[in-house]
Design a binder for this molecule. Sequence first.
Ligand code: NAD
Length: 446
Amino acid sequence: MNLCIVGTGYVGLVSAACFAEMGNTVCCVDVNPKVVDMLRQGKVHIYEPGLEQLVQRNTSEGRLTFTTDLAEGLENALFVFVCVGTPSRADGSCDLSYVHQVARQVGQTMKDYKIVVDKSTVPVGTADQVKALIGEELARRGLDLEFDVVSNPEFLKEGDAVSDFMKPDRVVVGTENVRTAKLLEALYAPFARSRDKLVVMGVRSAEMTKYAANCMLATKISFINEIANICERVGADVRDVRMGIGSDSRIGYHFIYPGVGYGGSCFPKDVKALIRTAREHDFTPQLLESVDEVNDRQKLVLPGKIRAYFAEQGGVEGKTLALWGLAFKASTDDVREAPALAMIRALTAAGMRVRAFDPVAGATARQALGENDLLEINGKDQYAILEGADALAVVTEWNQFRNPDFGRMKKLLKAPIVFDGRNLYQPETMAANGFAYFGIGRKPVA
Ligand code: NAD
């Protein structure tokens, strides 16, 4: 099949490479000429395990091409996947300007029947807007071409995006048109070989499903963080509590790891956007508002512990913190809404020096944080930043932080103090290695 994918970010490029891998012919369109140039040379501008090889193979075998020209992308395509960003506006609502722009451009350019597939996460009612905009542009051109607009939200996780796309838990298709549903079923058949993986529903339900999924996951995280904060105050250990509740099959172990709060380009913005949608429809989404507030508060729990610890020594001003992990989670270079950024801003504002290490997110973090005399970022050596630091904070759960050389850490740090925002270490191990240790939702080792 012939596809055009508009937007070559995490979702667009992964979808394009995976569709091409299954033998489809895919033309990717992006407005950023630098990104398109890099991709044409087989260089991938984002970090996603396995993606570069997939892009290189499919490009060299002629199934994957890149352009900045939408008309070229549309030329032979039956499907047009809209995978552009839908960031938050200041008021929490979803900024649809890129989606609307693509809709207008499709209407201005298309020459024959197209199935326009909204893969970006968009509020309920967006497919209707996309349809209206394309229709308006066609009318302006005096054309009455047939087209369909479908919702097909994406559920991949950054860091596992290729394998999630290749083996999805489900593929949600929102359309009222049986013929279009059949065509999408055929396109997804190689990924969702079991037929019941394809869930076909109305367009509005599909749009809502994506928000419901992300809000449910965000709720689980805020829930366990709330429990962790209570555990700390009552002398319980949230790690044991997680094991105790997760064994109940109605609850399960997944997504109930306490930590520094959720970040990334999806959960924060999608929770805010659904809150906004609900309010626009005269409904107060009490639970979702709490999920969002609990998360904002959680991002400042670890800096709070650091400030409390150093309060007795005259505060954090002039002290140096070594920080492991900038990405919002492991296996990605994405720092959008990353808890590490909130933490660095809070601590450097209080006069603390921060020396940070991340295996891949150093450059994106530097760009997001801008110039800051109190911040130094190192992308090469997790141990080098420890030398002479007053304490270490672990913020991202990269595997290389899970089992570090505690002896080496102790020698390098000025004082053996670890603030563990992901509960990667056990208090007993830290005590045995002579560290003061502060985790989340558990008794500290002083
Ligand atoms: P991204 O910011 O990584 O990529 C978006 C790309 O779209 C950029 O390369 C940008 O240059 C391009 N673009 C913008 N306007 C364009 C236009 N008019 N024409 C062509 N290209 C244009 O975004 P992303 O993380 O891939 O997310 C895309 C959408 O998918 C969002 O709605 C997001 O919520 C959703 N989503 C993201 C994830 C994720 O993990 N990142 C997962 C599921 C869904």
